[in-house]
Write a protein that binds this ligand. Sequence first.
Ligand SMILES: *[C@@H]1O[C@H](CO)[C@@H](O)[C@H](O)[C@H]1NC(C)=O
Ligand SMILES: *[C@@H]1O[C@H](CO)[C@@H](O)[C@H](O)[C@H]1NC(C)=O
Ligand SMILES: *[C@@H]1O[C@H](CO)[C@@H](O)[C@H](O)[C@H]1NC(C)=O
Ligand SMILES: *[C@@H]1O[C@H](CO)[C@@H](O)[C@H](O)[C@H]1NC(C)=O
Ligand SMILES: *[C@@H]1O[C@H](CO)[C@@H](O)[C@H](O)[C@H]1NC(C)=O
Ligand SMILES: *[C@@H]1O[C@H](CO)[C@@H](O)[C@H](O)[C@H]1NC(C)=O
Ligand SMILES: *[C@@H]1O[C@H](CO)[C@@H](O)[C@H](O)[C@H]1NC(C)=O
Ligand SMILES: *[C@@H]1O[C@H](CO)[C@@H](O)[C@H](O)[C@H]1NC(C)=O
Length: 387
Amino acid sequence: MESSVPLYSSSYLLLLLLPSLSLLLPPPQATASPLSEATALLHWKSTLQDPSRALRSWAALHNSTTTSPCSWLGITCTSSRITKLSLPRAGLVGTLDALDFSALPSLAVLNLRRNFLAGAIPAAVANLSGLVSLDLSHNRLSGGLPASLATLSLLVKLDLSANELTGKIIPALFANWTRLTYLQLQQNQLTGNIPTEIRHLSNLRILRLFDNQLRGSIPRELGDLRSLVQLDLNSNNLTGSIPRSLGNLTRLAILRLSYNQISGNLPHELGNLSNLGVLSLFTNQLSGPIPHEIGGLQSLELLGLSQNRLTGPIPPSIGNLSQLFILYVNQNQISGGLPPELGKLANLENVHFAYNLLTGSIPSSLGNLTQLNHLYLLFNQLTVSKS
Ligand SMILES: *[C@@H]1O[C@H](CO)[C@@H](O)[C@H](O)[C@H]1NC(C)=O
Ligand SMILES: *[C@@H]1O[C@H](CO)[C@@H](O)[C@H](O)[C@H]1NC(C)=O
Ligand SMILES: *[C@@H]1O[C@H](CO)[C@@H](O)[C@H](O)[C@H]1NC(C)=O
Ligand SMILES: *[C@@H]1O[C@H](CO)[C@@H](O)[C@H](O)[C@H]1NC(C)=O
Ligand SMILES: *[C@@H]1O[C@H](CO)[C@@H](O)[C@H](O)[C@H]1NC(C)=O
Ligand SMILES: *[C@@H]1O[C@H](CO)[C@@H](O)[C@H](O)[C@H]1NC(C)=O
Ligand SMILES: *[C@@H]1O[C@H](CO)[C@@H](O)[C@H](O)[C@H]1NC(C)=O
Ligand SMILES: *[C@@H]1O[C@H](CO)[C@@H](O)[C@H](O)[C@H]1NC(C)=O
């Protein structure tokens, strides 16, 4: 009976001492303890400005009641290891330089979007070898995409959009990202070509590279990414023609190639994109006719072809696009008459044909378009029939 008392109290004492004791010890072997995870985060916190005191709960571990950072704001643990660090819109000002990524070996999700983080993306971010999702978008990060990111082979989502990133997208980045489904690098200042090695991203569903300074042609290899649902390359400096292979992306819902210097004809194969809702090709140097096959885009809601050099007539097959509500073809060299089939497009709201070479009369079927808000036909040679 008596012997159990000292036994109990000594183990109680040990429990109390344990956290502070392990602070003094070197980190155990290769794996970090929860305590070194906490220490790494507290060190990073000490380098940040936190005007809204988002990290208030990130406090030093004084006693046994707070042995773990798992209750801190933005931290999620699994089996008392930090697996998720998520602090979007927390008002954090600083850099990532002082964050010891190697102290967070279990981290799967790192989300610091919409803070005020500046400086480079440290190469050491690759120490997060279990990372599944990395979102550093909408910060002020600068410098290049570290080549070390290529080793993060478990990544499913990578969003570095809306920063100040520069330099090229190096081909080696794409070597190991076989699970990647979201790649968002838009709204940066990336230069160079889109590497053909992008074909390795066989699970990619969302590819958004708009608002950069990418050059060269659209790689034909994009046609290999059969899971693609969104492809947005707007506002770059892309040249060359639209690869015919894009017609193989039958799951595509959004295709945006506007505001580039893309030339050549519209490939007939695009007519195979039966799930396409948005086809945005504004402000390029596309020439030749609008292919008859456009009638195959039976899900299309927005067709934007304005400010190109398209010639020939509007194909009557356009009457197939029963979901269409925005049709912009202004500022081309489209000739011939307005096809009466336009009257079949019951959802049409905005139609812009100004600055073309259209002739003939305005078909009376357009009177069937009850949803029509805007119909711009200025600067053509159309006549109004008085029937
Ligand atoms: C343990 O630390 C927390 C916060 O640091 C404090 O609020 C609490 O009073 C401490 N408990 C003991 C027993 O010292
Ligand atoms: C962490 O990253 C740095 C820079 O990439 C590297 O030198 C170091 O070996 C990495 N440490 C671990 C534990 O992976
Ligand atoms: C791809 O991953 C393997 C294994 O992690 C690594 O050895 C290789 O260097 C990676 N490739 C690139 C280009 O980083
Ligand atoms: C494209 O390149 C031209 C010159 O080559 C440059 O003047 C222009 O600003 C570039 N546009 C973009 C969006 O980078
Ligand atoms: C589309 O895919 C098929 C089957 O993989 C392939 O044979 C064909 O060459 C592709 N089309 C284009 C234009 O690349
Ligand atoms: C795609 O379109 C082209 C040209 O319009 C056609 O020859 C081809 O058979 C189509 N491919 C598929 C898979 O439907
Ligand atoms: C128009 O749609 C019908 C079916 O709705 C289809 O059979 C036909 O091929 C389409 N026309 C064009 C030019 O794609
Ligand atoms: C317009 O609607 C009338 C009936 O409301 C119909 O007879 C006519 O065929 C329609 N025209 C077109 C081109 O769809």
